[in-house]
Design a protein around this ligand. Structure first.
Ligand SMILES: NC(=O)c1ccc[n+]([C@@H]2O[C@H](COP(=O)([O-])OP(=O)(O)OC[C@H]3O[C@@H](n4cnc5c(N)ncnc54)[C@H](O)[C@@H]3O)[C@@H](O)[C@H]2O)c1
Length: 426
């Protein structure tokens, strides 16, 4: 099992790609995608070339020193022959021509070659055509969201990850982020489901908006490999949604330890692992983009705010998740990474509840859990009646909470309930 050193140290390709993306985020205040080039076509004429030999420690790049070196190289680049370098450009609002390709050299040897684009398709096209014509960048302030109806715009162009994204709440979030212009990695134990969803999203959005990936969030090696793959496909990450979760209900007097551990491994440890590797990637990006804010969001539950009878493994892991959110928020704020949780009420339309064979409605009907209920509809009505707003939570309710958290620059370590008034904060 790798530790974080093995994952990042010696992985120059990842570190430099992420640092390059950070520079473009910093100059423009808006998202970019960076893809590595195997370098078979040589270094394009108009590429910015940076020699990193001086920042290698035992052969691996020192992140902070490498970030400084890259920034100096950018500063020296003749952006439209601007005399005063990057800072002067960033304070102005004029368009500048920037390199579309950055070459990293270790003395004579090519150590990395990266293509930059506003989205994955354009970056890949440049690589394919070796098109090194300069990019037009406006260093103006990023588009500001001025009212709630435009809130979804905050994720346009951002690189997002949704774990457990193949179905249910995750699917709703994937579709919403993609429709709002994000590039979304759909990571799931169920790779087939993630791939089908990616195809469906790409067809409906008519662009490359979603990419599938396999992951088991409770396995460190698998999570590390997922974040490597994201860095190598797109050059960084702006929004990590830790959504994968499982529920095995059971009495504290009867639940087998293995069921308790399974639930805890996915819901609690899985969030730790996602936050750890997202944090490493986002911290690296922060080195060259110190003003760019990134988000880690845990999809928690109303069961993270109040106890849940005969469902302790789930509620305990979700309560613990809020402890992790608060603690990680305190630590990662230094790197401009916000960490928050969303606590949904019951998502009654999703497969967890509505699956006609093994959904909770059928299970509760068969177990006689709802007194007097004769049909699945009776069980549903019982749960709807518990909500002051008289309905289950929807994907749109959750997306609104995500956009709020991303847009809100002045909050971290919070748990945002989305429960129709069923669970209130104390
Ligand atoms: N459904 C609800 O009513 C409800 C309410 C509040 C909170 N939540 C939370 O929302 C999240 C999603 O729930 P849902 O109802 O959509 O669940 P779901 O069972 O419909 O979907 C969960 C997805 O996670 C994937 N997954 C499971 N274990 C995984 C693992 N180890 N690694 C990677 N992927 C894995 C599954 O393959 C599936 O695609 C969970 O964290 C859950 O606790 C759900």
């Amino acid at each position: 099992m790798p530790d974080c050193k093995n994952v990042w140290n010696g992985e120059d390709e990842i570190v430099f790609g992420v640092l390059v993306r950070g520079l473009y985020l910093d100059i423009s205040g808006c998202p970019w995608v960076v893809v590595p080039d195997p370098g078979k076509g040589g270094v394009p004429r108009q590429a910015l070339t940076v020699d990193i030999a001086s920042v290698l420690v035992d052969g691996a790049p020192d992140e902070e020193a490498a970030a400084k070196l890259l920034r100096e190289a950018f500063d020296a680049w003749e952006f439209d022959k601007a005399p005063a370098g990057l800072d002067a450009i960033m304070q102005s609002d004029r368009m500048v021509a920037a390199p579309a390709c950055v070459a990293i050299k270790n003395r004579e040897a090519l150590a990395g070659l990266y293509w930059v684009g506003r989205d994955l398709e354009s970056a890949r096209l440049r690589l394919e055509k070796q098109d090194d014509s300069l990019l037009e960048i406006s260093p103006a302030e990023p588009a500001r969201v001025v009212n709630a109806a435009e809130r979804a715009d905050v994720v346009r162009g951002r690189i997002a990850l949704v774990t457990g994204g193949a179905q249910g709440i995750g699917e709703e979030i994937v579709r919403s982020l993609a429709a709002s212009g994000a590039l979304v990695f759909i990571a799931d134990l169920n790779l087939e489901g993630a791939s089908k969803l990616a195809d469906s999203v790409n067809a409906s959005e008519n662009r490359l908006a979603a990419l599938p990936a396999a992951v088991n969030v409770s396995d460190e090696g698998s999570v590390a490999a997922l974040f490597r793959a994201i860095a190598l496909s797109a050059g960084g990450l702006d929004l990590c949604i830790s959504n994968a979760g499982v529920l095995k209900a059971g009495s504290v007097l009867e639940q087998p330890l293995k069921d308790f551990q399974f639930t805890t491994d996915v819901n609690y440890t899985g969030f730790f692992l996602a936050a750890k590797y997202a944090g490493l990637l986002m911290r690296c990006q922060f080195r060259t983009a110190p003003r760019w804010k990134t988000d880690i969001i845990q999809i928690n539950s109303k069961s993270g705010l109040e106890g849940s009878k005969k469902n302790g493994a789930y509620a305990g892991g979700k309560f613990g998740g809020i402890g992790l959110v608060e603690s990680f928020a305190l630590e990662l704020v230094e790197y401009n990474i916000k960490v928050n949780a969303i606590c949904p009420g019951n998502f009654l339309d999703g497969p967890l509840w509505s699956d006609p064979r093994k959904g909770l409605f059928v299970q509760y009907l068969e177990a006689g859990k709802v007194p007097g209920a004769k049909t699945v509809e009776d069980v549903r009505a019982f749960y709807e009646a518990k909500v002051p707003m008289r309905r289950g939570c929807t994907g749109a309710d959750l997306s609104r909470a995500i956009y709020y958290i991303v847009e809100q620059e002045y909050e971290t370590g919070q748990a945002v309930p989305v429960t129709g008034g069923q669970t209130m904060l104390h």
